[in-house]
Ligand binder design. Structure first.
Ligand SMILES: C[S@@+](CC[C@H](N)C(=O)[O-])C[C@H]1O[C@@H](n2cnc3c(N)ncnc32)[C@H](O)[C@@H]1O
Length: 272
């Protein structure tokens, strides 16, 4: 590196790994489809509103909002998922504009949207203060911000915490995604930039044959877990076996009647 080259950005490298991991998320959207309808209803989206969806994935929330007649911009870090989202909008006969975008640097001017939503998306940005400042910047005053997040004390939150214990440390300053599932943290992060903050909990069910099936599917489809298993497979099979045993024990706590049942948090506020 020449003395004049800029220092490498650790967050850019972190996001490149995340992007690769999330590119395999597609089959998992079968489970995020019912919560998408609940978030769109919770956000009180109506026809004609200009809506930004952050971390759209395969487009479940963006398309649900567009089917109500909203004018939707769907964004995500991962281009492979947006290609699937575009196919899903074609199948649904709705127009949604799709754009690759990092929530920490949204490519839109100030106060462009009536509603900004994110379902289990913005929570994965490593710097929550940067992400939420961007989401509020592009929202009109009086507009609605609404998102769904995984709490730290339910299956998915605990599963991401378990994964983080085995994974290489994130860049200094990166925060755990599941802190977004704590109402107190959400309140603090939004602060006095919003009013009328409300919370609601709902349930997400995963149909599955065994706790081991949950792990098998998650290893293939959930970005951070996929990347961890890839790296341990090549380097430390003992640690991988230990991770898998801990995962199965955790999944077994939530497994009943061939379903995993877990609660998640929805938050909604109005930009002051
Ligand atoms: C759990 S998936 C949720 C996808 C979709 N919203 C759903 O509910 O099916 C997380 C999504 O967040 C996206 N994501 C992660 N970090 C992001 C970032 N910094 N900016 C934008 N999207 C991001 C991933 O690419 C992935 O599509």
């Amino acid at each position: 590196m020449s003395p004049l080259s800029p220092a490498p950005d650790p967050f850019a490298a972190f996001k490149a790994v995340q992007r690769e991991g999330w590119s395999h998320f597609g089959p998992r959207a079968i489970f995020t489809t019912p919560p998408a309808a609940r978030l769109v209803r919770f956000a009180r989206i109506t026809a004609g509103q200009r809506v930004l969806d952050v971390g759209s994935g395969t487009g479940v929330t963006a398309i649900t909002a567009a089917r109500l007649g909203a004018n939707v911009m769907g964004t995500d870090l991962t281009p492979e998922l947006l290609a699937q989202a575009a196919e899903n909008s074609r199948v649904s006969h709705v127009d949604v504009e799709w754009r690759v975008a990092d929530v920490e640097a949204l490519p839109f001017g100030d106060a462009q949207f009536d509603v900004v939503i994110s379902q289990f998306g913005h929570m994965f940005a490593p710097r929550p203060d940067v992400a939420v400042t961007e989401m509020l910047r592009v929202l009109k005053p009086g507009g609605t911000i609404a998102f769904s997040t995984w709490p730290p004390d339910h299956f998915t939150g605990r599963m991401f915490a378990l994964t983080a214990r085995y994974a290489p440390p994130p860049p200094p300053g990166a925060m755990s995604p599941v802190l977004w599932g704590e109402p107190g943290v959400v309140r603090e992060r939004l602060g006095d930039r919003v009013r009328d903050l409300v919370f609601e909990r709902d349930m997400m069910n995963i149909n599955t044959l065994s706790p081991q099936h949950v792990r098998h599917f998650t290893e293939h489809t959930a970005g951070p877990v996929r990347k961890l298993v890839e790296s341990l497979s090549g380097s430390d099979s003992g640690k991988l076996e230990q991770f898998r045993a801990e995962f199965d024990a955790l999944a077994a706590e939530y497994f009943e009647m061939n379903q995993m049942r877990q609660s998640y948090l929805m938050s909604r506020a109005v930009k002051a």
